[in-house]
Ligand binder design. Structure first.
Ligand code: ZN
Length: 342
């Protein structure tokens, strides 16, 4: 299986994040990609390719134009005021306030943010734009006949909604790849999110559509991020009713609960009969992940990949979370090898 990867994705690296009220080094770091890349090479998974370039149109097919322009210009507007630190909101656009897109940078920072866990730095735009190219290049290879391809995207994307960033995410790489299949003629695409956290951005983007079915297995949002979306009763709206499936699981869940949810999700996917599948591949479900509380073990990633492989559809894997750096590469490659083995 081919892996698509770009060094430009290293250009984004905020100085800190806030965890339990404390400033800590971000868990979402360029080092994560090194761990995955070195395992891909050691396991001889396949060639590692640079991404091709794609027009912004693929991005604005799922994100609002004003939001994309904000991401592109935020750092210039911020630093023009003499500011040198990473961009963080100090006000949010909350219930009951005016909701038109603002013009001044400080207002934009709050307006387009879901939380304070996605700083914008001087290199963020270049990195997130390059991650989109990584996802779209993988999609292109699968569209051209590869059974599967791996987009080693960073930063991740599944928390980014139509017009907001949050949770380390800026542009929704997986949603952009899913939309690309539709724009190239696919009738149905399944977007399967196996990251520990609910893919709230992906859900929002496709919530009223029946041509992209979104399914997510994740930590119960009552107890873990993103808290305000990801419940079982969110099943889609309008034309999309019945095409959104959430599997919130209790903290501490292991393979017995997780594997059951996977089996159910794969059953629904087979019935949906998609032309293509996009997997939001987070491996922060691992037992030793520093910020998550599921109990999956190494061997389970192979089984996850086998189950996804048995769906027997053209599949793009898009990297999302996973923070136990020593094991992230091993677990990602296990999923991909499991997929290839069936
Ligand atoms: Zn996650």
């Amino acid at each position: 299986m081919k892996t698509i990867y770009s060094d430009d994705q290293r250009l984004h690296f905020p100085k800190f994040e806030v965890l339990d009220g404390e400033l800590v080094t971000p868990f979402e770091s360029p080092q994560r990609m090194d761990m995955v890349l070195s395992r891909i090479r050691a396991a001889q998974l396949g060639t590692v390719l640079e991404p091709e370039g794609f027009a912004d149109q693929a991005i604005t097919a799922v994100h609002s134009l004003d939001y994309v322009q904000y991401l592109q210009t935020a750092w210039a507007e911020w630093s023009a005021l003499g500011r040198k630190n990473d961009i963080l909101p100090y006000v949010y656009n909350i219930r009951g306030m005016r909701t038109f897109p603002p013009r001044f940078i400080d207002a934009k920072v709050g307006y387009y943010a879901m939380d304070g866990a996605a700083q914008i730095t001087g290199g963020t735009w270049q990195a997130v734009r390059s991650a989109v190219n990584v996802a779209l290049t993988a999609q292109k290879h699968v569209s051209a006949g590869d059974r599967g391809a791996f987009a080693l995207c960073r930063p991740p994307g599944h928390h980014a909604g139509r017009d907001y960033l949050g949770g380390y995410c800026y542009l929704n790489n997986a949603a952009i790849a899913a939309q690309a299949f539709i724009d190239q003629g696919a009738k149905r695409v399944a977007l399967l999110d196996v990251d520990y956290h609910h893919g709230n951005g992906s859900q929002q983007i496709f919530y009223e559509r029946d041509d992209v079915m979104f399914c997510s297995i994740h930590a119960d949002p009552e107890r873990d991020y993103p808290h305000f979306l990801g419940y079982r009763d969110e099943t889609g709206m309008g034309k999309g009713l019945g095409f959104n499936h959430n599997y919130p699981l209790a903290l501490g869940s292991g393979w017995s609960e997780w594997g059951d949810a996977l089996q159910h999700m794969c059953g629904l996917t087979a019935l949906y009969a998609p032309d293509a599948i996009v997997v939001s591949l987070g491996v922060d479900t691992y037992k030793d992940d520093p910020i998550s509380q599921f109990k999956l073990e190494g061997e389970h990633y192979l089984r996850m990949g086998e189950a996804l492989g048995r769906l027997n559809k053209p599949t793009v894997f898009v990297m999302e979370g996973g923070y136990a750096v020593e094991e992230i590469g091993v677990n990602v490659v296990s999923v991909l090898q499991g997929f290839e083995s069936v």
